[in-house]
Ligand binder design. Structure first.
Ligand code: NAD
Length: 293
């Protein structure tokens, strides 16, 4: 079992660090927030006073932070403390450019690094059923894999450093766009006098099928139990969908990719968040189409 430094014990990181401890790892955990540290302690981690202290003597250092600037800042604090055999595993969702920069900076210090963003929300983080998409060398992936496996149900090597973040934002760009398309179809079907259940039964086994339709239907009482059945509470916050769409749009601009549907989805989620609805599940965007946002 490994000695692991874990930095960023928020909604996601708290459950992930707890699962590492539950799997017998020796987890030295740090967060700026005292409540988060206390929860990690109760879950079997050893709370420490700084990121550097968490990294000192660690075989692996896992970060789960809000954005690229936090990861760059924490990595700066780790360099010089992390031992030469430590592997840096960043599970945060951050921009591809920063993911590559921090990996390059780590490698320049002789440290192996991977980006390993996740699919799955707080429930999956608590249950240890996340999917990790990993960017880094084959050798670094091999070292990160058993640690990530203790927090997830699938660990997939996406390619070189930055490829994990690329996979994450491309996946979520599909999700944002298909969710809006699915919502539009439900609203149009209704206005055409089509019963929502009948439309679901047809589209979910026809070519309009998608995860947004079949597994995450945006109307209450249709398909499996989803946030729509709970007044759009819980689930994947629209503000986080907007964050991922913005990352996708920035990356598309950097590489000159034409992403009109992603851009439209970003625009719709931006307006939704600006209207104060960012805390609702992202499928609540259907309300803007029903005209009762
Ligand atoms: P969060 O805001 O709940 O947690 C982030 C934690 O990082 C906070 O506890 C904060 O105090 C801590 N932190 C910030 N700067 C720090 C620093 N310099 N040193 C130590 N601790 C610091 O966020 P979250 O929901 O846990 O999300 C974390 C990451 O996971 C984000 O990149 C997010 O996009 C991604 N993500 C979230 C979800 C989700 O459903 N919440 C799903 C998939 C991916």
């Amino acid at each position: 079992m490994a000695r692991i430094g874990f930095i960023g014990l928020g909604n996601m990181g708290g459950g992930m660090a707890a699962n590492l401890a539950k799997n017998g790892h020796d987890v030295h955990a740090f967060d700026l927030n005292a409540d988060a540290l206390a929860k990690a302690k109760a879950a079997g981690c050893l709370p420490v006073d700084s990121a550097a202290e968490a990294a000192d003597g660690a075989e692996a250092i896992v970060t789960m932070l809000p954005a690229g600037k936090h990861v760059a800042e924490v990595y700066d604090a780790l360099f010089g403390v992390a031992g030469p055999t430590a592997i840096l595993i960043d599970c945060s969702t951050i921009d591809v450019a920063t993911a590559k920069q921090v990996a390059d900076a780590a490698q320049a210090k002789g440290l192996a690094a991977v980006d390993a963003p996740v699919s799955g929300g707080i429930g999956a983080a608590n249950a240890g059923t996340l999917t990790f998409m990993v960017g880094g060398s084959a050798a670094a992936f091999e070292r990160a894999e058993p640690i990530l496996a203790a927090m997830g149900k699938a660990v997939i090597h996406a390619g070189a450093n930055g490829a994990g973040q690329a996979a994450k934002i491309c996946n979520n760009m599909i999700l944002g766009a298909t969710m809006i398309a699915t919502c539009e179809a439900f609203v149009l079907a209704d206005k055409l006098g089509l019963d929502a259940q009948a439309f679901y039964d047809i589209a979910s086994v026809s070519s309009g099928q998608s995860w947004s339709m079949t597994s995450y239907a945006p109307l209450p009482g249709i398909g499996p139990d989803t946030p729509a059945d709970h007044d759009y509470q819980g689930g994947f916050a629209a503000a986080l969908m907007l964050k991922d769409l913005r990352l996708a749009m920035a990356a598309a601009q950097d590489v000159g990719a034409d992403t009109p549907m992603g851009a439209k989805a970003a625009e719709r989620y931006e307006a939704f968040a600006e209207a104060g609805q960012g805390g609702l599940d992202f499928s609540a965007i259907i309300r803007t189409l029903q005209g009762n946002a």
